[in-house]
Design a binder for this molecule. Structure first.
Ligand code: ATP
Ligand code: MG
Length: 580
């Protein structure tokens, strides 16, 4: 329950709505409680035959009908207003909470995203927040409602007859308890159903995105069987839920029936001993029926609050998560072009792999650094460190002579165009995918043409029927590997980067195209660029080249220097020449 305390700040934010809602709840219940009284007393007047207005049964019926309609209209109006305030408040809080969780997601570092699965992240922002909203809206509303309704009607009942009140209310707590048991079981089962469902959709999603592999290996049957199993298990769990669900209403009706019988029997006895009138019995039947739903809701609301508390605990876990990357600098920053790594080491915590070991290098303004090395040698990690997706365990990174940790990260990232190794394109138009990289919203067609020409992909886009408006499938499936890479380069260029980082971004293009792109990039004014590659042709013209092996720098120098060393770089070059 403590976790729900977190939401109090929101109650405070929407205090007027809440207070107004409570006022409406009181109004609804006040009018509701008036109804039985109105019936009971008028009935007694008719019975005794001394009422001035209710002279005949016909006029009595008309009179009662009109009265009932009027009171219903009034309480209905208040009920409408009650829902308009409290339920809307819960929706507003849900909106705020979702934004808060989303903001937090944006702040967290890559390490966090590697630790938590996408499904889990999605669940917390949708399922968990929804459960919390159920507490904020219906949970709160029914609780306050129960409080006032039972206070007002029990007061009325006791003022008619205390003994009868105690007798007829006896089954109600039992009902609350049973409903609580049923609801808890239902919640547990619906949790299981939900897990099954998310399992099923993860399965489907994975097979859809990997459909090409599935078909190429003709594993359709296996995949189909797996899905069938999952679907079957989902159905089974759901059936159990349906069974428990169907107990809900019968329990309520059985217990209302019991209370009503008690009113008629005990009330009848009391009437014969002249302690209460027939009108009083009618009032009691009304009150008992009126109290049924609120008492049933105690059980329901209790389990609802328990669920909300569990969800809020999970949400709080996320909200309390601190980003490993601390950015507390907002001084303006203008990248000049100097980068230095000083004895930097980094170990991935989750795998314990020491990806970078005691690495040092320097890059001056207007220079290009080439990084080569075997697969898994730590090249991408160097770029991750430079972009502060991760922070080094030892050593220091200097940008323009200043420690990276003291630099305004947002501005540094804004001035950097990075082409990541695994290209990610959104299922949007080619044009929008490219303008995604721009810092302004007013990207013109000319801008797009310019950068796509530089990335040597304009001629491809021109061939598409819809040009820049061509919609890409999920992750850009309708582009070739090399086209995706070049679109990704265009996205980096459109922001006019001062620092350009290419992580193996030319691996899927042929050497001729590579040469054209490299020539175009050279003509662009960037203050520094780093090119990571497996292919020496991509980096041979760089001012400096470092050769990385197992996270350590093995060789450094210009292409000519490295060739003269006749070490592993020279050997790699000879091999690649032969391959070409
Ligand atoms: N997120 C991660 N968690 C744990 N270990 C990682 C992670 N990313 C990379 N590694 C490990 O760190 C080492 C360096 O990886 P890195 O991606 O920097 O290599 P790379 O030189 O870019 O390789 P490639 O040429 O294949 O892209 C590898 O051994 C890899 O297994
Ligand atoms: Mg890499």
């Amino acid at each position: 329950m403590k976790s729900l305390g977190y939401l109090n700040k929101y109650f405070f934010k929407y205090k007027w709505r809440l207070l107004l809602g409570i006022a409406f709840i009181i109004c609804v219940n006040y009018v509701k409680v008036k109804m039985p009284e109105y019936f009971g007393t008028n009935f007694d007047e008719l019975n005794e035959g001394n009422g001035e207005r209710a002279t005949s049964v016909m006029t009595f019926a008309l009179y009662m009908g009109a009265g009932y309609l009027l009171l219903s209209l009034i309480s209905g109006t208040f009920l409408f207003l009650q829902r308009q305030t409290i339920i809307i408040m819960s929706r507003l809080i849900e909106y705020d909470l979702k934004n808060e969780v989303y903001d937090q997601y944006q702040k967290l570092s890559n390490t966090f995203y590697k630790k938590n699965s996408t499904g889990d992240l999605m669940n917390r922002i949708s399922e968990d927040v929804t459960k919390v909203r159920m507490y904020l809206g219906p949970g709160l509303m029914y609780t306050i409602n129960l409080l006032f309704l039972s206070m007002l009607s029990i007061y009325k009942m006791v003022s008619i007859n205390g003994y009868l009140t105690v007798i007829v209310l006896l089954p109600l707590p039992l009902m609350s308890f049973l409903i609580y048991k049923v609801s808890s079981r239902m919640n547990r089962l619906s949790g299981v159903v939900q897990t099954e469902q998310s399992h099923m959709s993860t399965l489907a999603q994975e097979y859809f995105s990997g459909i090409r592999v599935v078909k190429a290996y003709s594993r359709d049957k296996t995949v189909q069987d797996k899905f069938d199993d999952s679907s079957e298990s989902y159905k089974e769990k759901n059936m159990r839920l349906v069974l428990v669900n169907s107990l809900f209403i019968p329990i309520i009706f059985a217990l209302i029936g019991l209370s009503t019988l008690l009113v008629l029997y005990i009330g009848g006895l009391l009437h014969y001993s002249n302690q209460i009138s027939q009108g009083d019995i009618i009032q009691f039947i009304f009150y008992v029926n009126m109290l049924t739903w609120p008492f049933a809701s105690i059980g329901w609301v209790t389990s609802l609050i328990q669920r909300a508390a569990a969800s809020q605990t999970r949400i709080n876990e996320f909200l309390n998560e601190k980003s490993e990357i601390h950015v507390n600098c907002d001084t303006p920053f203008n990248f000049q072009g100097a980068i230095e790594f000083k004895n930097v080491s980094y170990t991935y915590k989750n795998s314990g792999i020491r990806a970078i070991q005691n690495l040092s290098f320097k890059l001056e303004r207007n220079e290009t650094l080439g990084i080569v090395g075997n697969t898994g040698s730590g090249k991408s990690t160097i770029l991750g460190l430079l972009m502060r997706q991760i922070d080094p365990d030892e050593g220091e990174i200097l940008i323009d002579g200043k420690p990276l940790k003291e630099i305004n990260l947002k501005e540094l990232r804004n001035q950097t165009g990075i082409v990541p190794q695994d290209v990610f394109l959104f299922s949007d138009s080619v044009g929008n995918n490219i303008s995604f990289g721009a810092l302004t919203d007013d990207v013109t067609e000319d801008d797009l043409i310019e950068v796509t020409k530089q990335a040597h992909v304009y001629h491809n886009i021109q061939e598409f029927k819809d040009g820049f408006d061509t919609i890409l499938g999920e992750r850009g499936v309708n582009l070739s590997g090399g086209q995706k890479q070049r679109v990704s380069i265009a996205r980096a260029l459109i922001r006019n980067p001062k620092l350009l980082l290419l992580d193996d971004s030319l691996s899927a293009v042929d050497t001729e195209t590579e040469e054209i792109i490299l020539k175009n990039l050279k003509e662009r004014k960037v203050n520094a660029s780093i090119v990571v590659s497996h292919r020496i042709s991509s980096i041979r013209h760089a001012n400096r080249i470092i050769n990385i092996s197992d996270g350590q720098k093995t060789e450094e120098g210009s292409h000519a220097d490295l060739m003269a060393m006749n070490g592993s770089y020279a050997e790699m070059y000879q091999k690649q020449l032969v391959e070409d």
